[in-house]
Design a protein around this ligand. Structure first.
Ligand code: SF4
Length: 365
């Protein structure tokens, strides 16, 4: 997509027209959760949340992969990085996420070989160039990263590479969405589903959730007009007492998803329960590497038994991830917790809700 065509989705006139249309529909107040941290940043940056307040309250969801990666995964990565024969590779955001005692950045400062890469295939390249070292990729993320992470495993198997493996933490949206809706104190009445996740997975898996919980869901992109189009769709359903899955991001998302990406996921991964940082275990909320690829699964290749402790910290990121609290409710926000000195992962990540509030709403602290 060219910049010109993208600018149409940032067009002020189109956005204002959609805001007027949404406001004209409103007869009462509604609570809408945007699932993805990228959507949260876009809503706050554009001021859409304030323009539609007080009728619409946006509840910020747990769709930030760095934020939900548990302490135990960071501890395992640090244990690997401290091994003299290992090069630990990962995305830049993961370096400052706190483990039980330290972060990967601290381990690196103390001498561990921790390298930032943009993708799993970059880590595979390092493995091919450094045959005397074991190269481990800390591969985290939602459905969006699973195909690229999975292809590194398939490639390694095809090429007979023996010094590459992945410490995998893949999570999935639908089970988290159900957990939010099942909570006794749930306040969410409609969802904005993340366009990039649905570009991989399609929209079909949201249909049973919408039907079972009688909740409208709209898939949106990340530009103001994309978000407003999705908000308009769910508000229309809410006001008319209907529920369905709609697609406000049809330029990238189809009902059936991306078949090539889905085939990679299906080849490499299988469903599993996953621990979500600050939230706890959610059944069927992740993928693990299939047994046939265990030679490339760092959990099976190395002894990674760690005793991770979750301290009674001031950090309330778990409640923020579930939409129960806002960063402004945290006593540490913009005081002793900042992007320079983060106490929790939600302040580290470029998609974290605390980082979004620090950037766009700090004056309210
Ligand atoms: S502001 Fe910092 S300490 Fe508070 S919830 Fe967010 S990450 Fe945790």
């Amino acid at each position: 997509m060219s910049l010109n065509s993208l600018s149409a989705f940032r067009d002020r006139d189109r956005a204002e027209k959609l805001i007027r249309r949404i406001k004209n529909r409103l007869t009462r107040s509604w609570m809408i959760m945007e699932m993805c941290g990228g959507q949260t940043h876009a809503l706050l940056q554009s001021g859409i949340d304030q323009l539609l307040s007080p009728e619409i309250t946006f509840i910020h969801g747990p769709g930030c992969p760095v934020c939900v990666t548990p302490q135990s995964t960071i501890d395992k990565a640090i244990r690997l990085a401290n091994h003299q024969d290992v090069i630990l590779t990962t995305y830049g955001d993961m370096l400052r996420v706190p483990g039980t005692d330290i972060s990967l950045a601290t381990a690196r400062a103390a001498g561990a070989d921790v390298r930032v890469v943009y993708a799993a295939l970059d880590a595979l390249t390092i493995a091919r160039e450094t045959p005397n070292k074991q190269v481990v990729f800390l591969g985290i993320g939602f459905e969006t990263t699973a195909p690229a992470n999975g292809i590194s495993v398939i490639q390694s198997a095809r090429l007979g590479i023996t010094n590459y493996s992945m410490l995998s933490y893949q999570v999935r949206v639908p089970s988290a969405l159900k957990m939010i809706l099942d909570a006794e104190d749930n306040r969410v009445q409609a969802f904005l589903a993340a366009g990039h996740v649905c570009a991989v997975m399609g929209t079909a898996e949201y249909l049973p959730i919408s039907q079972q919980y009688q909740v409208p869901i709209s898939v949106t992109g990340f530009e103001p007009v994309d978000l407003l189009a999705g908000i308009d769709q769910v508000v229309s359903d809410l006001e008319s007492g209907q529920w369905q899955v709609q697609n406000a991001y049809s330029r990238s998302v189809s009902a059936s998803g991306n078949p090539a990406a889905l085939a990679i996921i299906d080849e490499v991964f299988e469903p599993c329960a996953r621990e979500w940082r600050g939230i706890g275990q959610i059944p069927d909320s992740g993928w693990k590497i299939k047994d046939q690829f265990s030679a490339f699964d760092a959990e099976k290749k190395f002894d990674l038994a760690v005793e991770s402790e979750v301290f009674d910290s001031v950090c309330i990121a778990g409640q923020i991830l579930l939409g129960q609290k806002l960063p402004l409710d945290c006593p540490a926000f913009a005081r002793n917790c900042s992007p320079e000195h983060p106490l929790g992962a939600a302040m580290v990540s470029s998609e974290g809700t605390c980082a979004a509030y620090y950037r766009y709403r700090r004056e309210y602290a």
